[in-house]
Design a binder for this molecule. Sequence first.
Ligand code: ADP
Ligand code: TRP
Length: 324
Amino acid sequence: MARVLTGIQSSGRPHLGNILGAIVPAIQLAKENQEESYIFIADFHSLTSSKDSELRKQNTLAVAAAWLAFGLDISKTVFYRQSRRPEVAELTWYLNCFTPFPMLANAHSFKDKSERLADVNAGLFTYPVLMAADILLYSADLVPVGKDQMQHLEMTRDIASTFNRIIGEDLLTIPEARISETVKTIPGTDGQKMSKSYNNYIDIFLPEKQLKKVVNTIVTDSTPLEEPKDPDICNVFKLYSLIASETQTEEMRAKYQGGNYGYGHAKKEFFELIFTKYAEERKAFDFYMSNPKEIEEKLAAGEEKARQVGEKLLNQVREKLGFR
Ligand code: ADP
Ligand code: TRP
């Protein structure tokens, strides 16, 4: 049986990319799985990009509320905040010492972030090692993530193999990534990867008016209303087709190709689809955000379970490295 584990940073509000790329597939995988899954909020990771503590608390709640709103079953899941299990920080140190410097220097995500962000700190650089520790501490077998995280998973596998080889024992479980082939990378309002750090994201939990505003910021070209349009190069169409049924998608494709259908019309349809398709989830999200105690209780239970599992592995690692 395979243990599923995944996490989402609390560096911003959860968005459509997180939901389609991580939350929905992970919940599905957890449902199919007999063994308990590990789902956590990577709040330590969020410190690499944001130093605002109040905001972090709010975002941590929002990410937790999103998981719960999408139906995370906590009776079958260990649901926790990364920071409440500091064992992971100790394991990160050990793994740092088994991680070749050039491997981190070649990480796409570091290169990408260091070009975009003003604060290029060492945490950003060693971010993949903390991620490896997240996964290895709980001996996860399967890690559902978006395509952008594939390289981090490769690094985790490399670090774990190196560690096992050097200590001469298969103590760390080598995990596998589970990338949802149909979803891959969700584009943001500007057509680049949707991300909390790029301010191009669609937060489906926003109040109606604000959500409409965000949908209206999706970048399109300036083809006049009357002219036929190519749906395959349009961000609105791409986003719409990710959440629409096949029939709905084909209908919109025909409208694009037929002319007399503007990007404004497509945006309106996209907005309406978000609104109806996610009505239940939006309601549940609001409930949790106005009842943070409900979230807190669920997380506290998961954190206690995670402690028992994490401490056991950490003790074995300490022993192998001569720290016990
Ligand atoms: P962000 O880039 O917004 O900070 P995270 O790095 O916290 O998002 O990602 C959390 C999870 O959501 C990861 O599994 C990641 O692969 C997935 N994810 C994030 N953005 C996207 C996207 N644009 N398309 C698909 N999956 C995504
Ligand atoms: N780095 C991941 C991301 O940005 C979030 C994350 C942290 C994660 N630790 C993890 C995902 C462990 C899966 C497993 O998307």
